[in-house]
Ligand binder design. Structure first.
Ligand SMILES: Cc1cc2nc3c(=O)[nH]c(=O)nc-3n(C[C@H](O)[C@H](O)[C@H](O)COP(=O)(O)O)c2cc1C
Length: 471
């Protein structure tokens, strides 16, 4: 038992105790190896950090990263009064919703409606984490706008009766050509977010590409899978490569049928919307300290630093050595790198991480067009996966017409999660409906009939993003 008086004596860098899930932990020696930095731990010295901790850490984090002796025992007594304000304001980082602001699911008719609803119902810091792009969010916006800049070329007077949306992605058949992207932080949208994404995907037989940075363990994500459901696994390679090797082997054993190696995040992008939302002007004394680096705080959902010394040969060789299953390289942003994927026998996943990494990177739509222009062979030898800024069935159809095999959505499904599994299922149904209408009006009845003759891309070169400030 640790008392309130005792914990109050350990609120400095030299001795830092924090309450987590009812127990008191000595984090003095751990704080410098915390992926999110020591400052955030010190902020909670002598206080209860549970509300801030739970939505953004895996359930096995404490056991995995702390030694048993760092658990000092249960906290007894009430919290110091000065904690009342920070505590309640910190609950803003949780998934707390304001019921009066939450709209009914039946009034949601498109993916953007989910975003507007999430902006009102989620805690501001949670919404900021999901929504943020890097820098001025130009690329995040451009991702969306570039799909809009592509025109469709409908062919008419074709008999259209049944329309088949089913397609295969990396060797497995799904009921639709779009899928749920790997995203960390889904607990910010719903406490059991990752699991619900898998369950909703199962109900509709769409692909969930599970995130290794999910809020649950791989085992929990595997257990969430329905019988006969096929899911894929995404990896970041950690500095301690042995941990990732073990994870990949375990994923193979757990029946994941494909892998994505994310390579566009060797440093976190400067996500200012997220950074701003965590700066609490009332809480912290102002600082002219040269050590102050609040402008560079990385994303809220932290992961250990990724391995950044891989090159093409070593990375593909390493992963191929662990599995014969299909591998996609996630974060391809040029036709040249797509051609290298072809050369190394892996699939290019065109993505700029939803505009959260390099501001100014091209959208997947542009890279698709570039591959078509410079190295169309890629579409014959590889399956090209795309994501970024997709919010409409027409966006998906445009990507498929340009040669994509699977089209991912990250934020769209995260926002729908604020309504739980029912929200994600509705998002899937909305997208299926929109894809079907677009195909009918274009004059095609099956995904494999889509080809570049159904799109006009010349206006893409003259389009630009108009950053909007409505959310
Ligand atoms: C909140 C959030 C967390 C993400 N976490 C990951 C991650 O852990 N691993 C990864 O490969 N991509 C991650 N991504 C990127 C997505 O997989 C995907 O590339 C991106 O969301 C697509 O853009 P969209 O959000 O505009 O649909 C994340 C994206 C968001 C929005």
């Amino acid at each position: 038992m640790v008392t309130r008086t005792e914990i109050q004596e350990h609120i400095s860098r030299n001795s830092c105790w924090v309450i987590l899930k009812g127990n008191v932990y000595d984090l003095t020696n751990f704080m410098d190896s915390h992926p999110g930095g020591s400052a955030v731990i010190l902020k909670y010295a002598g206080r209860d950090a549970t509300a801030a901790f739970e939505p953004i850490h895996r359930s096995d984090t404490l056991e995995k990263f702390l030694k048993p002796e760092q658990n000092l025992g249960p906290f007894t007594g009430s919290l110091p009064t000065r904690d009342a304000t920070p505590q309640s304001s910190e609950s803003k980082t949780g998934t707390g919703t304001s019921p009066e602001k939450k709209v009914k699911l039946t009034s949601i008719i498109n993916i953007r409606d989910f975003e507007v609803s999430a902006s009102k119902s989620l805690a501001p810091t949670s919404f900021a984490f999901l929504k943020t792009g890097s820098d001025d969010e130009y690329t995040a916006q451009w991702n969306r706008d570039s799909w809009k800049a592509i025109r469709l070329r409908p062919r008419i007077l074709r008999p259209i009766e049944t329309i088949d949306l089913s397609t295969s992605i990396l060797g497995n058949t799904y009921s639709a050509p779009f899928f749920i992207c790997p995203t960390g932080g889904s607990k910010l949208a719903h406490p059991t977010g990752d699991v619900l994404l898998t369950r909703a995907a199962a109900k509709h037989n769409v692909l969930h590409w599970v995130c290794n940075n999910a809020g649950c363990t791989q085992q929990e994500m595997t257990d969430a899978r329905a019988e006969n459901q096929t899911t894929y696994w995404q990896i970041y390679v950690m500095n301690d490569i042995a941990i990732t090797e073990q994870e990949v082997k375990q994923a193979v054993a757990n029946g994941y049928k494909g892998f994505a190696l994310t390579v566009d995040a060797i440093r976190p992008g400067k996500r200012e919307r997220d950074i701003r939302s965590s700066i609490n002007d009332d809480d912290a004394p102002d600082s002219t300290d040269e050590e102050d680096n609040s402008f560079s705080n990385g994303p809220k959902v932290k992961r250990p630093p990724v391995w950044s010394s891989f090159d093409w040969v070593s990375s593909v060789k390493w992963l191929r050595g662990l599995t014969d299953l299909p591998i996609a390289i996630k974060g391809i942003q040029t036709w040249e790198d797509a051609a290298l994927c072809m050369h190394y026998g892996v699939h290019p996943w065109l993505s700029n991480h939803g505009g959260r990494q390099l501001e100014g990177a091209p959208s997947a739509a542009e890279t698709l067009v570039d591959i078509r222009r410079h190295c169309p062979e890629v579409f014959e030898k590889c399956e090209v996966i795309v994501d970024g800024g997709v919010t409409r069935g027409t966006d998906i159809v445009k990507a498929l017409a340009l040669g994509a095999k699977g089209v991912g959505l990250g934020r769209g499904f995260l926002y729908s999660l604020t309504f739980g599994e029912a929200g994600v299922r509705r998002a899937i149904r909305i997208l299926k409906h929109e894809v079907e209408v677009a195909m009918a009006l274009l004059g095609v009845t099956a995904i494999d009939q889509l080809n570049p003759s159904y799109v006009e891309v010349s206006s893409l070169a003259f389009a630009s993003a108009f950053p909007r400030s409505y959310l």
